[in-house]
Structure formats: C-alpha cells, structure tokens
Ligand binder design. Structure first.
Ligand code: GLC
Ligand code: GLC
Length: 812
C-alpha cells in the first residue's frame, strides 16, 4: 500500500495523506542552516550544530507524535485549520505534501480557501523561508486570520530539556514591527540571536508561550488563536515563542503571498548592541531585505534548484528500470548529501544531542558524497583526521561546531582508523588531488604535533598491524563496525553504557571483519604509497595484507562454509557452527569477499551461498542467525536487543550492499541486484504499510524474521546505507568506478537488465558511456571504445584537461 507517489520529473515525492504510518520528513539546507520538516509541518531548525545552536524546540517522544514545528493556523469564523493538517488535525478538503530536493511544499484547502507553503533554506543565507500563498477559490469574498507559530529553543538543546531551574528565568525577546527577536543569553556570552519575521504589517503578536497556547491548552488549540486575537505578550523567562497574526481579506479568486523568514544572526563582539540592552539589528534587517518580495524568493528558489541540477548531473543513468533511474539519479544521491551533512546527529531517531559526527560514519558517508562536492569532502577528511590520536586510534565522534573529538559515546573502536584510509583513497581516486596527503594535520587537534595526512594513514594502517590477537587477527577493541559487539565490556548492571563501560581493549578478543577491512583498505593504502613513490612502504603494506589474507582463509578466519565473525575475550568463536546462537554473521561475508578474499579458493562463493541460505529474507539480509534469545555477557549489546531488532538479527541495511558488492566481485549480477532490490526504497514503496518509514530514502534497520513486526523499518535517513548503496549501484552494479588511472567501466547487472547509459562527470571530463549487452550476460567487458579508439581492459585512460569522452562498451 502506498501513501503517495514519485513525481520524477519534478524530483519530488508526493504524499497524498497526512496520515502516513510515521512522520515522513525532509531536510532543508545544504551548508550551515538546517531544518527538519515533516509531512505535517513538524520539525525544528538549527545552525551548524543540532545540539549547541538549536533555534526551535522539538519534543522527541511526544504525544501525539511530532507535534511541534513551524505551524500556520488559519481561522475563518469558527473553523480553525492548518495547511499541513497538524496540529489541529482539522479534516481538510484537500491535502498534499511534496518533499523535494532541499525544499518541501504543502498544500491544504478548507471551505474554498487554499493555502500553499513553500519552505526552503536559500543557498547563501542562514535562514529558512516559508512562503505562504493564500487563494480564495470560493465564489465569495473571505475574511480570516492567519497565525504563525514557532517555539524557541534556548540554544543548547541538551540543556534546554534538562536545566529548568535556570532556563525558566533566562528567556528574552524583543519585537520591532513584524520581526520577533529571540535573544536569550545574548546579554552575556552569546553573540547571536534568532529572528522570525513576515514581510507584511501584522495585526498582533505573541512571544510568551503561556499567552499564546495557554496553560491548559496545547498547539492543537492555542488559546489566543481560538480567541482570534494575539495578546502582544513579551516573554520574560519561561518559554518564549514567536507568533504573528495577519488579518486577511481576499476577494473571490484573489490570491496573496506572505513571506516568513526564520533566521540566525551573528554579530561581531564590538557590534553587539544598538544601545543599552537593545540588540544590534542591522544584520537582521539586511537579511530580511534579501527576501522581502516574491521575485527575490523566486530567484533564491531557482538558484537552489539550479545548484541541485548541477550536483545531480554528476552521475546519471538511463536504463529501462524506472526504479533504478529514480534512486540513482535523485534520491540516493540526495540522501548521501544529507548523511554527509548530518552524520548521525539529527533525525527523527537521532535527537541531535546524542551523537555528533561519527569518525567511521563520516568517513563512510564520504564514499557516496565525494563526487558531488569534492572540496567539502576534502575539508571533512582533514577535520576527521585532526581528531585522530598519535597511535592511530580515534575518538569515535566529534562535535560539528567545535570540531573537537570527544569520548561521550566511547572510543577505541578498532575499525575506526581504517575508515580514514577508505575516505581519503576515495577522495584521491575521484579528484586526482594528491596534495591532500601533504597537508599538515594535527593529532587530537593539537597543532604542535601535526604531521602530513599520509602519516595519519600510515598510523591507521599500523594500528591494526600492532594490535593483533592470538590468531593474528585484529583486536576488536571496544567493538568494530558492529557497535554492539562489545567483547571486552562484560556489563552486568542496568544503565551501564555498552559503549563506555569496562575496558575498551583486551588482548584476546579479535575481529575477522576488521581483517577483511584491512585487506581492502591496506591495498588502497599501498596504492597511495605507489603514487608517492614509496616503494618499500608499499611492499611492506602488501606483505602485511597477504599475511592477513592467509589468516582469514585459514581455520582461524574460516568456519567451513563461511567466515568466522570474531573471537570473544575467552578466545571462543563468535559466528561459527559451534555457537548455539549467532552462528553466522553477515559482515565478514560481505566485506571479506568485496575485498577479494577467497575468490580464487572458492570460499568467497561458498560464503555468499551461506548468506543466501541462512540470512536472506524477502525484506533483506539479516545481520546474524540464529538470533540471540538470551543475554550473553561476553558479547555485549548485540544480545541485549530482542531477537530480530537492530544488531540482534535485524536487517541492517548498511551491510546489505556489502553483500551485493561481493556478488558483483564474483560476477553474479542477478543475485547482486536481488540483494539491491530488497531494501531499495523505490521497491519497498509498494509495502509502505509494512515498511512504514519514508519510501524515498533508506532506513538503518528493518526488523528481521525473528521480530514481531518483520519488515518494519526504523531509524530512517541517517545511515551509512545511503553511501554504501550508492557505491554499490553506481560503481559495482552499473560499474562506473573511479580509479587512480581513470574511470573504470565494468558493470555487473542482471541477465535481463538490457542496454543502458551512464553520464559521469569525473575530474574535468564528462563521460557519455553507453553499455550494450546481450540477454543472459551479467558481467564482463568484451569491448571498450573511447572516442572511436579501441582500448584494452576496462579503464578509460584519464587525459588531463579533456572535457568530453564518448564511450561505447560491449559486455560479454
Ligand atoms: C549505527 C552506527 C554505525 C554502526 C552501525 C552498526 O548505524 O551509526 O556507526 O556501524 O550502527 O552498529
Ligand atoms: C547503539 C545502537 C547502535 C548504534 C550505537 C551508537 O548501540 O544499537 O546501532 O550504532 O548505539 O552509539
């Protein structure tokens, strides 16, 4: 069952009922100012950092779900309604929400009055624009009132929902004309304030929540709105809000626009004040002047669209499969931008205060983003590397505003270092920019111990070399990619965090998965050494990798029909036939094979066959089987979840693409695509009543076979699934992969996929690639012709400065 449809021409998902199974959200903003916005106008805004600089207040876990946002109320006589249905939930005569690329549109109508909202964050400013268009579609004149409403957050969102003894006394506002200024804490250490304004004279306003909502009311029935008259309250402490009242008369057929701007303004220290206690509004006034007419808003919106046209033209496919085209050309890349911007900080499942930018997460997000804006990827790599420790290990996360690492969610995850190699290698393959390796980068943000980035990569590599256990496999530390495999933690008391309790490192617990990563990224490190002319270091790296490969393929890493997952702190196998529960895990099967381990020996194929036999379901591949039915102290959080959820046998969408990529490595295009299809939003759209999360983007986890709600998605948006799926479909299935030598074209597609075309912008060139194949063929390049010239192999040689390439590929 569907709750909307894709409008591919406009790059929008059109939601046709406000009663979606869960709030279906979108992200506004590409650079510094961001808003989350749901299909019923819920959500919140922040500047740079969802924890430290939050503009508007949101209540996670509220009831009903998602009932704070940026709302417009319309009151005509006794009828009170919202164009996005919430919070009054007054039945609308028509409703539509269009989530687009960096903007959302809402359209609601009631009794012949239509309200359209266009919301977006302009490219160049730190504000969100909401243009409200009111149209009288009835045959008679109409007089009604419009009320806007947002609730301010007192900046630090964490403190805002805890520190009431202070916060109920700090709120301050100013109001001038139609602009409401939120200036809490500006009197002392802050130099920023927020504004909410409309480009028309207002009848009245409110800034005190008690005055606007009323002590015994809610956003569904605000007292002042019901009374038809805002009170002119000036908040002093408690909870400041911003609400405008506009009294409107529209003739039959007439239409009027109002432009609302929610903005963030910063003043230099010496320009903070206009006069005693009065904030300097110059910058706010200048900002508002940029968006005070329809023409200006139209131009800013056109600019945003043009920006996305440019980004989304970097990789496009034309195939006979609409769903693949739609995901590749629009939504998957869009989600890659969002995950790059947000990491795991702010979604409807990540509160914006718990997790900042993840070391491993951001390195992986880069893989799906680097082709869009390589310069931003470059900056991000330096930021991440700057938080690394001198021994090569890493903080698990850093705060976007300060860019400093912290151990709030633990550290000592031993896969972290290798992801830095993954991200850097992807960046250099994309751009050819080797200078990044010479950049001086601090350790733990201490400039006095800065070293070239290449030295950071060496230390990442060596961290694994120097931290091996009894089987010569990498020590797992706190955990590896699977955050919940806490093999050294041994927690027995409720409330202890699996991520921070106990020792992070032990001498025995090992990870086969990190071994697979070491092969993959150790070889990418060796290639970088080659390019820098460090032959000895390259040879040393390759020798280390070969040693690891041997261990993985030996009884230490191989269980007979699949790869072992790990060894616990007692030296017992995790993910082997001898285990009662958790006999087979997905991660090492996918990652070892995509790294090429066991391809020649046949173990790769065997491992993937075991995945299909033991872990596959109609909704995707589960992370492990059999699920843990009891708590295993020696394994940690993985066994704390009920069977079928999250890391305990859920379908973790993130590592499904690893298996799909692995299938392409051994040439099975039909199976690779089958795996791709099962978690693909354009396909799961059809079962939205089961899947429940947004049908245009990936979620982190789908409940596994053991769960009560098998097939139900959770944790949408902020997941490494976005980047990995894009890597999978664009580089492995469709097969256009950037290498240091040039663009490689080596697709691995289903037998019946048909011919297709890919247009890829790579460095200075645009590559028009058309791929022909006979039915039945899944992999293999029989012929590669570049601008009429036959080329051996499947790499299009890169020619510096050349801008157009016509490429013909025949598979076979
Ligand atoms: C979450 C985390 C990610 C981790 C995964 C598996 O998605 O963000 O870092 O690898 O869970 O535990
Ligand atoms: C929990 C989650 C896991 C996530 C981790 C991050 O363990 O289950 O998915 O990655 O928290 O702290």
């Amino acid at each position: 069952m569907k709750f909307g449809y894709f409008d591919d021409a406009n790059r929008e998902y059109v939601i046709t009922t406000p009663r979606t199974p869960l709030p279906w959200i979108n992200y506004l903003g590409c650079n510094e100012f961001f808003s989350l916005i749901s299909n019923t106008c819920g959500g919140y805004s922040f500047y740079k950092d969802a924890k430290l600089l939050r503009l508007t207040r949101y209540r996670y876990n509220d009831m009903p779900l998602d009932c704070n946002g940026k709302y417009f109320y319309i009151k005509e006589g006794d009828t009170l309604w919202n164009p996005g249905w919430k919070p009054t939930q007054t039945e609308l005569d028509s409703y539509e929400c269009r989530h687009g690329i960096g903007y959302s549109k809402f359209s609601g109508s009631k009794n012949g009055l239509k309200a359209d909202i266009l919301s977006f964050v302009p490219l160049k400013d730190t504000c969100e624009i909401s243009r409200l268009t009111l149209t009288n579609e009835s045959g008679a004149d109409k007089t009604f009132s419009v009320f806007s409403y947002v609730e301010w957050c007192l900046w630090n969102a964490d403190d805002d929902m805890k520190n009431f003894q202070r916060n109920f006394s700090t709120g301050e506002v100013e109001v001038v004309g139609s602009t409401i200024y939120h200036k809490t804490e500006y009197r002392e250490r802050r130099n920023h304030y927020a504004i909410y304004s409309v480009n028309a004279p207002i009848t009245a306003f409110d800034t005190s929540r008690d005055a606007f909502i009323g002590a015994y009311h809610s956003p569904a029935n605000p007292e002042a709105v019901l009374a038809g008259k805002l009170t002119g309250s000036i908040a002093s402490g408690w909870s400041p809000v911003a609400a405008h009242q506009l009294d409107v008369t529209l003739k039959a057929g007439e239409s009027k626009d109002f432009i609302f701007v929610l903005g963030y303004v910063e003043n230099p220290e010496d320009e903070k004040w206009e006069s005693h206690q009065v904030i300097n509004k110059t910058r706010a006034i200048a900002l508002l002047a940029k968006y005070d007419t329809d023409a200006k808003v139209d131009a800013a919106f056109a600019e945003l669209k043009e920006y996305w046209n440019g980004l989304l033209s970097k990789y496009t496919v034309e195939s006979s499969n609409d769903k693949v085209n739609r995901m590749v050309n629009i939504w998957n890349q869009y989600q890659c931008m969002v995950t790059f911007n947000m990491s795991r900080s702010a979604s409807y499942y990540e509160s914006g205060i718990g997790r900042g930018m993840g070391f491993r997460d951001s390195c992986q997000d880069l893989l799906g983003f680097v082709h869009l804006i390589p310069d931003r990827a470059r900056e991000r790599i330096i930021d991440i590397a700057s938080t690394q420790f001198q021994d090569g290990s890493a903080y698990h996360q850093y705060q976007p505003l300060t860019k400093k690492g912290n151990s709030d969610i633990g550290s000592g995850f031993n896969d972290d270092p290798l992801w830095l190699i993954a991200g850097t290698s992807a960046y250099i393959r994309e751009t050819g920019d080797m200078t990044i390796l010479d950049e001086m980068v601090p350790f733990d943000n201490d400039e006095s111990v800065a070293q070239p980035l290449m030295e950071h990569l060496k230390r990442s590599f060596d961290y694994i070399v120097n931290h091996k256990g009894p089987h010569k496999l990498p020590l797992i530390g706190r955990a590896d990619w699977n955050d919940c495999l806490n093999l050294n933690c041994h927690s027995t008391q409720p409330g202890e965090s699996f991520q921070t309790f106990g020792p992070s490192e032990g001498p025995v617990a090992e990870s086969v998965f990190i071994g697979g990563m070491f092969v993959k990224y150790g070889l990418e490190y060796a290639e970088l050494c080659d390019l820098q002319g460090k032959d000895q270091e390259a040879a040393r790296a390759r020798a280390e990798v070969e040693e690891m490969r041997k261990v993985l393929l030996s009884d230490a890493g191989w269980d007979g029909d699949w790869f072992v997952r790990a060894y616990d702190s007692y030296g017992n196998k995790v993910g082997g036939k001898e285990c009662e529960e958790g006999q087979i895990y997905i991660e090492p099967q996918g990652f070892c094979v995509l790294a090429g381990v066991g391809v020649e020996t046949g173990q790769a194929q065997k491992a993937l066959d075991s995945v299909k036999e033991r872990l596959d379901t109609q909704y995707g591949i589960m992370i492990l089987q059999p699920a843990y039915t009891v708590y295993h102290e020696e394994l940690g959080e993985v066994s704390s979840y009920p069977p079928g959820y999250k890391e305990n046998a859920g379908i973790f969408c993130h590592n499904n693409p690893w298996v799909s990529i692995a299938e392409t490595v051994i040439g099975r295009g039909d199976r690779a695509f089958e795996v791709y299809r099962k978690t693909c939003p354009a396909y799961t759209e059809e079962i939205s009543e089961i899947h429940r999360t947004e049908p245009y983007i990936y979620c982190q986890m789908v409940a596994g076979r053991d769960a009560k709600f098998h097939g139900e998605g959770k944790n949408s948006w902020l997941t490494g699934t976005a980047a990995w799926t894009f890597v999978n479909i664009s580089q492995y299935i469709l097969g256009v992969y950037p290498t240091h030598q040039g663009l490689s074209v080596d697709p691995c597609v289903p037998s019946d996929f048909g011919d297709f075309k890919v247009t890829r912008k790579f460095r200075e060139g645009t590559y028009h690639i058309s791929i022909r194949k006979a039915d039945g063929i899944q992999k293999g390049v029989k012929e590669l012709v570049v601008d009429g010239q036959k080329v051996d192999g499947h790499i299009i040689p890169y020619v510096k400065g050349k801008t157009e390439y016509q490429v013909e590929v025949v598979m076979g």
